[in-house]
Write a protein that binds this ligand. Structure first.
Ligand SMILES: [Mn+2]
Length: 398
């Protein structure tokens, strides 16, 4: 029996290739594909496997409708296919005997293509389970589902960083050697050193990107838009945390004509948003191609916008949630002052005039300011000046 694996070219997809090679050795032929490249490979496979002696496994990517039908005909004619995916946009493949799409396992844990393939290989006695492999699979799963962020699992993030630092061939070779020889997953000393340098680099990159973010309202949601070619996950995550008033972050890659969407919020499903532009993905991470429509919305319309200003970070006095109030400013030089009446009532003064609307928390008041006025927390010196002005006797009206 021969095996063919067609998988995605990201960490989750390539880790499927690593597991397949651990299980099938030289009997498996593995090809990694971009989202747009899989259908060509499937077509090629179907055209060249008339004798049906190869088990075709597809992981982490979906085929188009045409190939979906052709694969089903191929299976009905005696061909062997196993489709394994965890994207909810692929759930209809569960209608086929050869399709298995699981987004969440029985315990409610989000799956990845690698975790599904591991389970499949072990269940069918293709692969001997081991502690080291299970640890590796779990790191990939946590990275791919964003759980690493919630669990602060930096090992998972570093595994992905390593994946991008070396070639796919090198990564495969290193991981296969390690998983065959050790009962625990680890990074070697050289990798640790390089990963530390990479961490510093990512931090500097994100700091720069933070100052380039523009804000726009789209389909009723507030988006932060930024141009970036690398570190999309880390960037989406950090920018999302830095600007929690934004529903999601859109990351534009003009070279690849793609836009990625990331959210840290549970109330937003960015796969639905991407669907409006013909794309898809997960609730927390999705993307679409820059069609004319998407180009106009994300690039042309947002290009003239001024970037958001960052909140002052080293203040001692002008602090958020302070009982003395917190001072914000806008590009139009307006001053907004958030203060609490009591714990459940927060007010905003605009240029010293109290607004009618009140808010149930500081966060809601700030969100209002940031969404509607793109205001930022000013530095202490501006704040002190402002307070001193308040103490001056007001000029008589006449
Ligand atoms: Mn995946």
């Amino acid at each position: 029996m021969m095996y063919k694996l067609l998988s995605h070219n990201d960490l989750d997809g390539v880790s499927c290739g690593i597991l397949a090679k651990l299980a099938f050795g030289k009997q498996v032929n593995v090809r990694y594909n971009s989202v747009g490249g899989l259908d060509r490979e499937v077509q090629w496979f179907l055209d060249n496997n008339k004798d049906k002696d190869t088990l075709l496994i597809i992981t982490d990517l979906s085929v188009n409708e045409e190939n979906e039908k052709k694969l089903d005909e191929y299976v009905k004619a005696g061909g062997k296919v196993q489709f394994l995916d965890h994207h909810k946009t692929a759930l209809h493949f569960n209608d086929y005997d050869w399709g298995q799409v699981v987004v969440e396992d029985e315990e409610g844990k989000l799956t990845s293509a690698t975790s599904l393939l591991y389970e499949y290989l072990v269940k069918n006695d293709y692969l001997e389970p081991s502690n080291g492999i299970a640890e590796f699979v779990e790191l990939v799963r946590q990275y791919d589902t964003w759980e690493w962020e919630k669990n602060n699992n930096l090992e998972a993030q570093r595994l992905n960083a390593l994946f991008f630092l070396i070639s796919i061939d090198e990564f495969e070779e290193k991981m296969i050697d390690r998983l065959l020889s050790s009962d625990h997953f680890y990074f070697d000393e050289f990798e640790k050193k390089v990963l530390d340098m990479e961490d510093d680099k990512i931090e500097r990159y994100i700091r720069r990107k933070r100052r380039e973010l523009v804000q726009a309202k789209m389909e009723g949601l507030y988006a932060g838009i930024v141009y970036a070619e690398s570190y999309h996950s880390e960037l989406g995550n950090e920018l999302g945390k830095e600007y929690p008033h934004l529903d999601f972050i859109a990351i534009l890659n003009i070279g690849s004509k793609r836009v990625g969407f990331r959210t840290i919020h549970d109330h937003v499903d960015v796969s639905e948003f991407a669907g409006l532009f013909g794309g898809g993905g997960h609730a927390k991470a999705s993307g679409c191609t820059l069609t004319d429509d998407a180009y106009n919305k994300f690039v042309a319309e947002t290009f003239p916008l001024e970037p958001l200003r960052e909140d002052a970070k080293r203040n001692r006095y002008n602090l958020k949630r302070s009982t003395f109030g917190s001072l914000y400013k806008t590009l139009a030089e307006e001053l907004f002052f958030i203060a609490s009446v009591d714990e459940q009532t927060w007010e905003i003064e605009k240029n010293n005039i109290k607004m009618d609307q009140t808010f149930p928390s500081f966060e809601e008041a700030e969100k209002y300011l940031k969404r509607n006025h793109q205001a930022w927390l000013v530095r202490d010196d501006v704040f002190v000046h402002y307070l001193m002005d308040q103490l001056k006797p007001k000029k008589q009206a006449e």
